[in-house]
Design a protein around this ligand. Structure first.
Ligand code: UDP
Length: 371
């Protein structure tokens, strides 16, 4: 059997491409070295709760094309991400908005909040922010920086805020309204029944081989297809010939508790320096409304997230967006462009910190070009 496409990796990028290729009448084989499909968006049920095994994924997008696209494969619930920050037992609303400012300073009006931020910015004397610390203080003032940003960021990135680029903190909205929605996205939700089912629906009718390591058996697998869509790490494809690209990794400690409600919210960020984890996820609150339905389940599943430096062999999560790794990626990209039979895509294939919607948009634009 000769396939038109061998798709390496059954995550979102691979599944979208495979689905569209089949629809276009192509013969497709999807392989993945893990024992399951769905890549890092993989979810599995524990005690009736969909657990996000490789970290919490909240689908959010401003792209109507992408929202309509995923709607073919899943019904999305009305989950809105509104994390809570816990600083030594004191709770604050995220992202930074009027609820946060009221709790921090007792201010009531947007004008009072803006004045407080301005006063702290002036006292710090920052005009042109050069690093994350200066950027944060100039956006929200020193109190919020000290309690809600500094400890969390240093745990997450393993470096002092003064050595991190300003743009990281600009991902977070700052609002002078009472609005705890973490994302500025028109469309947001979690697929009912879990991400795994959504990806299975994308792959319906397509041959999938799990536990199949492409790089371990490259020649034989290459011989099966005219073209390859490779979504694994780009440096691994070239056997790390130019060196290793770096990632930040995350370690999860999962617990099933005999109580119906541990923290009353899907995400609680521990923003102090002392708690060893960055945040705790309580999975049931992604699925159920904050009402009787979730509380009726007698158990709950939580995951503590520990941010860690990545070493070869660990799961790669966050590409490190610095000059050194960017330059190395570009050298790999030159090699990749010379592989005529192979298309490199997705977060690992392009070494790019993609959100889920951007991965899907990128796969769809490949389909437009290729199919
Ligand atoms: N951040 C913070 N305190 C929080 C949440 C986020 O200081 O409670 C900062 C931190 O520097 C982080 C950045 O905001 O790296 C971006 O956060 P985001 O939630 O976008 O991170 P991701 O979803 O990529 O893990």
């Amino acid at each position: 059997m000769k396939y038109d496409y061998l798709v390496v990796g059954a995550g979102l990028y691979g599944a979208v491409f495979a689905h569209e290729a089949k629809k276009a009448g192509k013969q497709v084989l999807v392989i993945d070295k893990r024992p399951h499909v769905a890549g890092n968006v993989y979810t599995e049920p524990v005690e009736g709760i969909q657990v996000h095994r490789y970290g919490a994924h909240i689908f959010h997008t401003n792209l109507k094309r992408v929202w309509d696209y995923v709607g073919q494969f899943a019904t999305f619930n009305r989950f809105t991400n509104a994390p809570v920050a816990n600083y030594h037992g004191e709770l604050f609303s995220l992202p930074f908005n009027m609820y946060t400012f009221n709790k921090m300073w007792g201010v009531v009006t947007p004008e009072e909040a803006a004045a407080k931020i301005e006063e702290q910015r002036q006292a710090a004397g920052i005009t042109d922010p050069q690093n994350l610390e200066e950027q944060a203080i100039s956006l929200v003032g020193t109190d919020i920086y000290e309690k809600l940003i500094k400890g969390y960021t240093e745990k997450q990135w393993g470096r002092p805020c003064t050595e991190l680029p300003p743009f990281i903190i600009k991902r977070l909205p700052v609002r002078l309204t009472f609005d705890n929605n973490y994302f500025n996205a028109l469309y947001q939700g979690i697929p009912v029944g879990g991400y795994t089912r959504m990806v299975e629906n994308m792959l319906e009718g397509i041959e999938v081989r799990l536990n199949t390591d492409y790089l371990a058996d490259k020649e034989a697998l290459d011989a099966l297809a005219d073209k390859v869509v490779y979504t694994g790490p780009i440096d691994a494809y070239f056997n790390f010939a130019l060196g290793t690209l770096e990632y930040r990794s995350v370690r999860f400690e999962n617990e099933t508790l005999d109580i119906p409600n541990y923290q009353g919210n899907a995400a609680v960020n521990y923003t102090d320096r002392e708690s060893p984890y960055t945040r705790i996820i309580e999975h049931k609150w992604f699925e159920f409304g904050k009402d009787a339905e979730g509380n009726d389940l007698p158990k709950t599943v939580i995951s503590m997230e520990y941010s860690s430096e990545w070493k070869p062999g660990d799961e790669p999560y966050y590409p490190v967006n610095d000059e050194k790794n960017g330059a190395l990626y570009h050298r790999y990209k030159e090699l990749a462009d010379r592989e005529e039979k192979v298309i490199f895509g997705g977060r690992l294939g392009e070494y790019k910190y993609y959100d889920m919607d951007a991965v899907i948009a990128s796969a769809l634009s490949l389909c437009d070009r290729e199919l």
